[in-house]
Design a protein around this ligand. Structure first.
Ligand SMILES: NC(=O)c1ccc[n+]([C@@H]2O[C@H](COP(=O)([O-])OP(=O)(O)OC[C@H]3O[C@@H](n4cnc5c(N)ncnc54)[C@H](OP(=O)(O)O)[C@@H]3O)[C@@H](O)[C@H]2O)c1
Length: 302
């Protein structure tokens, strides 16, 4: 299959492009610079130079020549929704595959570090997080396009971990560089679902092979309260774990980081397992504790 990955230079899109290439698909990937294009080329991924701003027409043209398109970029909200609209319009009636990478960010609950018993499968109703309204609109646009002759699907993972990630564990290590302690917010019982990058890329392959038009698939293999992460990082570095107020957390992680570290985002992957036979193989995110690349994040900048 000829597959075009938008976001092929990123953590998730890059892992996906390399995985699909290793599966002998012909993979093209979006590159915003000549340097990025050369890197993709060296990985056996054919670069398409463009972006989701002025050079979006090049992206849509590349999408039209592919058998399948994956959107895995992290662009500005206006660019994301405009790109999804352009893609669905351009691919309508072609029966090609379009998979949009979303995330459990659409359904997070602002608990300020408290536990939430709520956990959402694909068909469960939820109140969308206001900041992710654009993302929910993009999901809806993609899924609606399945009625117009497009094999359009959405994959909604929890936090994705693995080599090169930049999620909760790395954020806790970074908090040590700033405060001297491994930090969480409030009680630290807020819990975020997670899944390994290799399990996510396998789910994309299964969806490309057998996913149904209009399919929404959650991807999750485990979940860990934020305080457990902080306690394990503290033990790894020989420092204390410490609770922050939301205000203190903003000083450590910035406004968006503090929001993410304080919310609950629990999902279940029912359809991915039942409809596609997906089984995650990596269930314990805390196996990454102690990696040298993470320990380096705990060293204060000079
Ligand atoms: N990481 C996670 O744990 C996780 C979990 C669930 C969902 N997701 C979703 O997955 C997506 C990718 O996340 P990520 O962690 O892989 O992010 P990332 O590593 O920051 O990669 C972002 C990608 O988007 C590209 N990009 C950004 N702005 C662009 C633009 N204007 N035009 C073209 N390309 C642009 C980047 O290109 P450059 O390399 O040129 O900057 C890069 O390829 C996001 O939508 C995120 O919400 C991520």
């Amino acid at each position: 299959m000829n597959i075009f990955v938008i976001g092929a230079t990123g953590f998730v899109g890059g892992g996906l492009a390399r995985h699909l290439s290793a599966e002998s698909h012909a993979v093209t990937g979006l590159a915003r610079t000549e340097t990025a294009a050369a890197t993709l080329d060296s990985q056996g991924i054919t670069p398409v130079v463009g972006d989701l701003e002025e050079r979006r027409p090049a992206v849509i043209k590349a999408a039209q020549t592919a058998d399948a398109v994956v959107y895995a970029a992290q662009a500005d909200p206006e660019q994301e929704i405009a790109t999804v609209q352009d893609l669905t319009r351009a691919l309508t009636g072609t029966d090609k595959s379009l998979i949009f990478l979303s995330g459990n960010g659409v359904l997070i609950q602002r608990t300020a570090g408290a536990w939430s018993p709520d956990v959402f499968a694909e068909d469960d109703p939820f109140t969308p997080e206001p900041l992710a309204g654009f993302r929910k609109a993009a999901e809806d646009t993609v899924l609606a396009a399945a009625r117009d002759g497009l094999r359009a699907m959405v994959i909604r993972p929890g936090l994705i971990w693995g080599p090169g990630d930049h999620g909760h564990v790395s954020m806790v290590y970074r908090s040590v560089a700033v405060t001297g302690s491994a930090c969480y917010i409030g009680q630290g019982l807020n819990t975020y679902s997670h899944v390994h990058i290799d399990d996510v890329t396998r789910l994309f392959s299964l969806a490309l092979e057998g996913g149904r038009p209009g399919g929404l698939y959650h991807a999750v293999a485990g979940e860990t309260p934020t305080r457990w992460i902080a306690e394990r990082v503290a033990a790894d570095l020989g420092v204390k774990a410490r609770s922050l107020t939301p205000q203190e957390a903003t000083g450590v992680w910035g406004e968006f980081g503090a929001l993410i570290m304080a919310v609950s985002g629990r999902i279940r992957a029912v359809r991915a397992q039942q409809d596609l036979g997906w089984q995650p193989r990596h269930t314990d995110m805390l196996t990454m504790i102690g990696e040298e690349r993470l320990r380096r994040l705990a060293i204060p900048a000079v």
